[in-house]
Design a binder for this molecule. Structure first.
Ligand SMILES: *[C@@H]1O[C@H](CO)[C@@H](O)[C@H](O)[C@H]1NC(C)=O
Length: 252
C-alpha cells in the first residue's frame, strides 16, 4: 500500500523540496492526502528521517526523533519511526547525528555499558533519558542485534547458558521418560515455577515461558490452560486477582 501511494506524494512533494523546512510545511496543503479518514504515513521521497502523516485527511511533514528513522509499518518505536539500525533507507538520504546525553548516544536507542560482557540488562533511551531494562528471564542482551537473545548464542561475549539459567542439561537422553519424550530438545520443570520450563537445545538450557495465559503442567511438561493444572495455585490466584482488578477498573 505504501509503495503505490508513495508515487502520489512523491510527484507532488518534489515541487516543494527545494524550499526550506518551514516553507515546506506551509506548502503542504498543495499535496493532498490520498485518504480522507484514519491515519496513514508516507515516506519522504528524499529524506530518511522525515515522513508525511495524514490524519483524517490532514497532511503534515513529520521528523523522526534523534536516533530514529522512517520505514513505515508496524513495530515503530516512537511516532511511526523505528530504531535506525532497523531501517533500510534505500535512496533516501540518511543523516544521523547523535544528540548524546548521559548514557544515551542518540536520544532514542538501546545501549549497554557492559559491551562485550554477558548481561541481561540494557539501557533504553527515550528523549535522551536512560532507563535500565531487564531481558526476559533466561535471556541476555545482544548489542549487535539490539535484542535479548538466548545465552547459548552469545558465547562470544562470555555468556554461558548454564550460568544465565542456573541449569545444566544432562548429556544424552534423560532418564526421566517425560523429559525424554521431547528429545532432541528434552524439557525440565523449574522447581517452584509453573510459568516457565527448561528446554535443552544442543545440550544448552533455554528458559521457555508459557506466555500470559498458560502454565506448565509438570506431569506432561507442556503449557496448558491453568484450569487443567490444579497444582499451580500461585498463577491461578494471581489470574483471579488480575481479572478482578480489570473488572473493577472497567466499572470505575
Ligand atoms: C478521525 O475522525 C474520527 C471520526 O470523527 C475520530 O473518531 C478520530 O479520532 C479521528 N482521528 C484522528 C487521528 O484525528
Amino acid at each position: 500500500m505504501t509503495s503505490t501511494l508513495t508515487a502520489v506524494v512523491t510527484t507532488t512533494a518534489c515541487l516543494v523540496l527545494h524550499l526550506t523546512a518551514a516553507e515546506q510545511v506551509a506548502s503542504l496543503p498543495q499535496v493532498e492526502c490520498p485518504e480522507k479518514e484514519g491515519v496513514q504515513t508516507y515516506p519522504h521521497p528524499e529524506l530518511c528521517d522525515q515522513f508525511y502523516l495524514c490524519s483524517n485527511g490532514t497532511l503534515t511533514l513529520e521528523r523522526c526523533q534523534n536516533g530514529l528513522l522512517f520505514k513505515g509499518g508496524h513495530g515503530a518505536t516512537h511516532h511511526h519511526c523505528h530504531y535506525h539500525w532497523d531501517v533500510d533507507c534505500g535512496n533516501r538520504a540518511l543523516e544521523l547525528i547523535p544528540l548524546s546525553s548521559d548514557g544515551c548516544e542518540f536520544q532514542f536507542g538501546l545501549y549497554t555499558d557492559t559491551a562485550g560482557a554477558c548481561s541481561g540488562k540494557y539501557t533504553r533511551c527515550e528523549f535522551g533519558r536512560a532507563q535500565l531494562v531487564e531481558c526476559p528471564p533466561g535471556l541476555a542482551f545482544d548489542v549487535t542485534i539490539h535484542r535479548c537473545q538466548w545465552p547459548d548464542q552469545l558465547e562470544h561475549i562470555g555468556c554461558t547458558a548454564e550460568q544465565v539459567t542456573g541449569f545444566k542439561c544432562p548429556s544424552g537422553i534423560p532418564s526421566d521418560p517425560v523429559s525424554a519424550r521431547f528429545w532432541p530438545y528434552p524439557r525440565f520443570a523449574i522447581e517452584g515455577d509453573c510459568e516457565k520450563l527448561i528446554s535443552c537445545v544442543n545440550g544448552h538450557p533455554r528458559i521457555v515461558s508459557c506466555g500470559e495465559d498458560l502454565v506448565v503442567d509438570d506431569s506432561t511438561l507442556t503449557c496448558e490452560e491453568p484450569e487443567l493444572v490444579p497444582n499451580c495455585h500461585y498463577v491461578q490466584q494471581r489470574r483471579r486477582r488480575s481479572v478482578r482488578e480489570r473488572r473493577s477498573d472497567r466499572t470505575n
